[in-house]
Design a protein around this ligand. Sequence first.
Ligand SMILES: Nc1nc2c(ncn2[C@@H]2O[C@H](COP(=O)(O)OP(=O)(O)OP(=O)(O)O)[C@@H](O)[C@H]2O)c(=O)[nH]1
Ligand SMILES: [Mg+2]
Length: 254
Amino acid sequence: MGADLGPAMAAQLAAGVRSRSPRTRDEAIEALVAVAGAVMSKKPRELNLSGNPACILFYGANGAGKTTTAGKVAFRLREQGRKPLIVAADTYRAAGIEQMVAWAERAEVPHFDGSSGADPASVVFDGVQMARKRGHDVVIADTAGRLQTQRNLLEELGKIGRVMSKALDDQPYESLLVLDAVLGLASLAQAREFNKSIPMTGLVLAKLDSSAKGGAAIAIEAELDVPVKLAGVGEAIEDLAQFDLGAFIRTIFN
Ligand SMILES: Nc1nc2c(ncn2[C@@H]2O[C@H](COP(=O)(O)OP(=O)(O)OP(=O)(O)O)[C@@H](O)[C@H]2O)c(=O)[nH]1
Ligand SMILES: [Mg+2]
């Protein structure tokens, strides 16, 4: 378990468990759930969809699972009776737009597409205007993959966030960093850097159906106080789970 958590967090959790003197394996796991839960974020894990329109912005490293998660969320919200609009703002690659459009079609959700090479912040701004005009109550925006070492792309993300806020007259929106659970502890450094560029309201742990268990999320939540809100548990459109803290911690340590 140390590999994903990092040595400091692993030692802290181990000490916390020892201080509770568990006598059985089950008691040890329950102690871990309590100790890990205590260091993780206490902020709500449900998406805040109260805005008009509510907006959800997805960003993160290349291949993390942004477009897939955006498609899954659009599908789920439409099934719940909302009227989402997908905004395809990965204008870096023609395929980036096409992939989002394919998911929009699968989800049977309308989409507003940026053109290849367009400024993604303008696409997001125009997308929010379009949503208002057409009576959509949720905007789901997908962005290009970027690494935490690419300063210019992080600055661009900061601008996307500022423009989103402006389009929403400073109403809050969901600003979600999508993390590939397979990345392990490397995602802590990633989350730190993204969090400096844009106010982050939540995390998505994609690919939790792989052998990866996402233990790094404990360290990220403890340090940044940003809760995991969604988990990706497969490649199909319904493979999206509400994040369950107790179940997550039990899976990690079982
Ligand atoms: N098993 C599994 N695969 C996933 C999950 N989420 C995404 N994937 C896969 O991960 C790959 C990348 O997913 P995308 O959604 O295209 O990732 P992205 O972050 O949009 O990638 P870029 O736009 O290229 O930066 C695809 O093969 C997806 O099927 C998940 O929860 N579980
Ligand atoms: Mg994508």
